[in-house]
Design a protein around this ligand. Sequence first.
Ligand SMILES: O=C(O)CCC(=O)C(=O)O
Length: 321
Amino acid sequence: MSSSRPTLCDKKLKSAEIKLLRILHKIDSFKLSNSYTSRLVLPECNGAPISKTFRHNLKFCYLSVAVLTIIFTYWWISPGFASERCALEVPSTSLTLFRPPEDCSMCASVAQVSRLTNLTPEVFERRYAYSPTPVIVTDATQHWRAIKEFNFDFFANFYRNGKMGSKINECFFFAYKSGLLSLGEVFSMDEARANLSGAPWYVGWSTCYDEETRRLRQYYNRPYFLPRTAESDTIDWIFMGGPGQGAHMHVDSVRRVSWQAQVRGRKRWQLAPPPECLYTCRPLTLTVHPGEILVVDTNRWYHMTRVLPGDISITIGAEYD
Ligand SMILES: O=C(O)CCC(=O)C(=O)O
């Protein structure tokens, strides 16, 4: 006979037995049938039999943990994780699905995009600022340092040397098809690729920190034609990459209209009416040249872009209300 001390499991079993005996005693006092009491099962301990339900629940638990682990791992390693600020992003496709239908008068009479010059903020406000008709303003970047100074190396130095370098992944970053998952990766790509002679790439990102936006804005001004009372957003957007690359067709949900200044290179925009207006409105194709600013409501017009052959494309933009 073993004289070893009772284990924790033995103790639990004993106390469970006592409890069970009490219950059985009580059941006995109720005069319940044997077939009922025989369905009661002791909990598992040291290999004792466990109930089917318990086994089933355990399997379900393991399965749930496995599924959750796969989902979490995918979410963690997916490019979106490195780029988005929210812990749980609603996929943009879902946002598009739940978009309220547009009133097609927004695009019914739009046949082309006008090029404008010599505007006043009042005229722009009255005719274009909040109208869904896209326009291109051709004379708003003449004195911008960005036109001369923005290039790949400018941004590489800006982020590599600046103190934002360590925090640059906390805001929006769009990798598109580049395979580059962060600004860190963009600015450490090899020289050939940076010079557009390696694998093609196109990326976009937003500024994140007041100091970053303030420093960048030393190279460009708020476009002179914006309505005087319009508030500009505190973040700016930058899109950069080589010929043949660009953004896929999508619609935004940023709420405001934006201006997008083509600082370098040429970019073709394809604007498509929302699907519910396909029979009422026409798609538009336009090319934005260096120094021009496109004003478009990207929340209403579906849009895709392609950088045209030649220079690297750099676009800087912001929303206004
Ligand atoms: O400039 C680009 O290539 C894309 C811009 C865009 O998709 C946007 O502003 O929503």
